[in-house]
Write a protein that binds this ligand. Structure first.
Ligand code: SAM
Length: 245
């Protein structure tokens, strides 16, 4: 499903600079976003990455109960940043268990969401980490989550998948759970391939999403990751870490 969430429900098109909350349009600003993240999450531990703590939503939060359609009606993009997706958990686990992949290196985390993979890279010894996402709420979530884990990251909200965009100047590119939507997957993989062709190491974490590319990937690791049935229609997701060749 185009622009769908990993679990297949309808998604959001673009980040906005105004929010419509309960019928009232309010200007989007970083304080509003930070307050929204704080009010709708608690500090929790992703099951497969217990050394990292994140502000996440669960059954205790109203955000958890809202469908994408309800969120769209009140002007909010789907809260990808409020969950630790299986692909991100697998990739973060791999980076923490193999710190030599990122130690002393400059790292770019495409589609960072909560910042999970970026935080793992910094924790594993990367010198500089850029956490990239086009959803402006991610900047607030990543800021709060990097504080919780006492790491410093740089957030970049530019769309590196847009045509004509430059490649990031880094040694390693990471991408957790980006192959759930046809268009996004195609543009993300084209970007990741360009990075690999330019000499960067490129790793992706993916739990067998619908648009995982069939060629050009080499498997590095496999994990069984506990996930939430309400989000994934399953309790465990078999997740692989792939290197883009
Ligand atoms: C399923 S979430 C994965 C988040 C995180 N990597 C993880 O595994 O927990 C996908 C993320 O892709 C982001 N995204 C969508 N289009 C993007 C683009 N063109 N550039 C960067 N991020 C994008 C969404 O905003 C969302 O945060």
């Amino acid at each position: 499903m185009d622009r769908g969430l990993p679990h297949g429900r309808a998604g959001w098109q673009d980040a906005e600079t105004a929010l419509n909350v309960g019928g009232i349009t309010v200007a989007f600003d970083s304080e509003t976003a930070k307050r929204f993240v704080l009010e709708n999450t608690s500090v929790l531990t992703p099951p497969h990455v217990p050394e990292i703590r994140l502000r996440l939503a669960d059954e205790a939060h109203a955000l958890w109960l809202k469908t994408e359609e309800e969120l769209e009606r009140i002007g909010l993009p789907p809260p990808f940043w409020a969950f630790a997706w299986a692909g991100g958990q697998g990739l973060a686990r791999h980076v923490l268990d193999h710190p030599e992949l990122v130690r002393g290196k400059r790292v770019f985390d495409l589609a960072t969401g909560s910042g999970l993979v970026a935080i793992a890279a910094k924790t594993a010894g990367a010198t500089q980490v850029v956490a990239n996402d086009v959803d402006p709420f991610c900047e607030a979530a990543v800021g709060l989550n990097s504080q919780v884990n006492a790491v410093s990251l740089r957030f970049d909200g530019n769309d590196f998948l847009a045509s004509g965009s430059d490649l990031p100047q880094v040694d390693c590119v990471l991408a957790g759970d980006v192959f759930y939507d046809r268009m996004f997957s195609a543009s993300a993989f084209a970007f990741l391939k360009r990075c690999a062709d330019a000499g960067m190491r490129v790793l992706c974490g993916d739990p067998g999403r619908a648009y995982l590319p069939k060629d050009g990937l080499e498997k590095r690791a496999e994990y069984n990751i506990a996930v939430t049935r309400a989000l994934e229609d399953s309790e465990v997701k078999h997740t692989c870490v792939w290197e883009v060749m």
